[in-house]
Ligand binder design. Structure first.
Ligand code: HEC
Ligand code: HEC
Length: 247
């Protein structure tokens, strides 16, 4: 069958498996999944229940950041169980990060949960997250404050975070075209950090590519990005070139 020869079966398998998972990630990312968190009165809100329904996909059972959706989307899900790091954030600061996510704290590539969770539910999950803390020795990574400052002042750091969030799921963390979400794709995502390819990349051609629906008359495998995304492309390109330079 010609259809099979051209990978039709493979494509269908890809769409029914990977796409469903990707769709789940994007639903979660946009807050589109609306699960009844507890259904009970405020006093019965269980932080564990909220965590298991809304957070575990990415942050993992113990908060170590090893949930399945975390690696699929390519973002780096931090370790909520590291006591040295978490103790630098007050309950109120944790509350705000969970409620607002990247909207107020853009160095965290996580959506805010305030449209899905009530005030009580967020407070309950803060308490639950605290209970996951384990002593892992002194802090060896930047503090929340240092990360926030770096994001605001360093274009390359913004490029890194945008790239991880929006591109690495397919193009791979190091830009080799081997992202988790692209494993079963029939068209391989381009190895953007290959020095030969990276040297031809400009902000203009990436913007054109990202916002065009079709490529040479064919529907492409890559998603189309909205016009608002244009602002981030300069920094993403900067980061792709830095990845290529490090090769
Ligand atoms: C789609 C994946 C995803 C889901 C679902 C998710 N998170 Fe996150 N979360 C992230 C990522 C990615 C970060 C950023 C981690 C980093 O940069 O260190 C983050 C950061 C955080 C932080 C801030 C840590 C810091 O370094 O300041 C807290 C607290 C947090 N998440 C709690 C939650 C809670 C509670 C839930 C459920 C209500 C939740 N997350 C659901 C992906 C997710
Ligand atoms: C869902 C997977 C996916 C995501 C996410 C993705 N890409 Fe792609 N990309 C692809 C695939 C597959 C191709 C190969 C051509 C095709 O089928 O569209 C591609 C091709 C490209 C090309 C074309 C290179 C060339 O000249 O042929 C560029 C540039 C590119 N991607 C940049 C990006 C950037 C920047 C991001 C993040 C903002 C991104 N892509 C996110 C899958 C993806």
């Amino acid at each position: 069958m010609v259809w099979n020869q051209y990978g039709g079966k493979e494509m269908i398998r890809f769409f029914s498996r990977s796409c469903k998972r990707l769709l789940m990630v994007s639903l979660i990312l946009t807050g589109g999944i609306s699960l009844q968190a507890t259904g009970g009165s405020p006093e019965t809100v269980s932080g564990k229940q909220v965590y298991d329904r809304f957070c575990i996909y990415c942050h993992g059972e113990k908060g170590e950041g090893d949930g399945p959706a975390g690696s699929l989307s390519g973002v780096e899900t931090g370790d909520l169980s590291n006591r040295a790091y978490m103790s630098l954030l007050s309950d109120q600061e944790l509350y705000e990060r969970i409620a607002w996510g990247e909207e107020k704290f853009p160095y965290l590539q996580m959506p805010g949960w305030r449209s899905s969770l009530s005030d009580e539910e967020i407070r309950a999950v803060v308490t639950y997250v605290r209970s996951l803390a384990v002593d892992k020795g002194p802090l060896t990574t930047p503090s929340p404050e240092q990360r926030d400052r770096k994001f605001r002042t360093d274009p390359l750091e913004r490029g890194r975070i945008y790239y991880l969030h929006y591109c690495s799921g397919c193009h791979g963390k190091s830009g080799d075209g081997d992202g988790e979400a692209a494993k079963n794709m029939t068209t391989r995502p381009v190895a953007l950090s290959n020095p030969g390819i990276a040297s031809t990349i400009t902000t203009e051609n990436v913007i054109n590519y990202l916002t065009t629906r079709k490529q040479g008359g064919n529907v492409r495998n890559m998603p189309v990005f909205e016009d608002e995304f244009k602002d981030k492309v300069d920094e993403i390109v900067l980061y792709i070139k830095a990845l290529a330079k490090a090769k």
